[in-house]
Design a protein around this ligand. Sequence first.
Ligand code: ZN
Length: 175
Amino acid sequence: MPTLITRDEALEQIRRDGGSPPCLMCAIRDRRVGATYAVFEDEDVLVFLPRFVRRWGHVVVMPRRHVVTYRGIEPALWARVNADAHHAARMLERVRQPVRTYITSTGSSAGELTQTSMHLHVHVIPLYDNLDRPADVFSWQAGVWVAEHDEWEALRAEYAAEWTVVDPGADPGGG
Ligand SMILES: [Zn+2]
């Protein structure tokens, strides 16, 4: 079962896994900070499971290329990243049945420290409690969930299989 650890324990584990790379997202892409659980990747985009999460089932979509500003990314690539975030959110609705889902690109207030990064990326986070607020989900003060390799791999495999499902498209009834 996934385990809730403290923020300090998480930071210690991150340091053990690969220290403080100049860019955490590039390091994840290049498999330089422990295992990367890739749900999908091609020449433009990487979709992966972050290994320290506030809500189980969290997915991140990032452009493979190192880019840190919206002015630095062409509209077509940013549209692709967001289309994949939408695809991920639909997948989460099918397999996790969240009460709602956050899709957000927050930037980083902490450099490359706490599993966040200047390298543009989009969080897709399933919520299971309708009372959850951004402060509950984006802060590690109440701890962070981690899991064993086989648990991450099982989730990755579930999502990777589900990623290929062609969603029937917009549902006028809202699902
Ligand atoms: Zn980068």
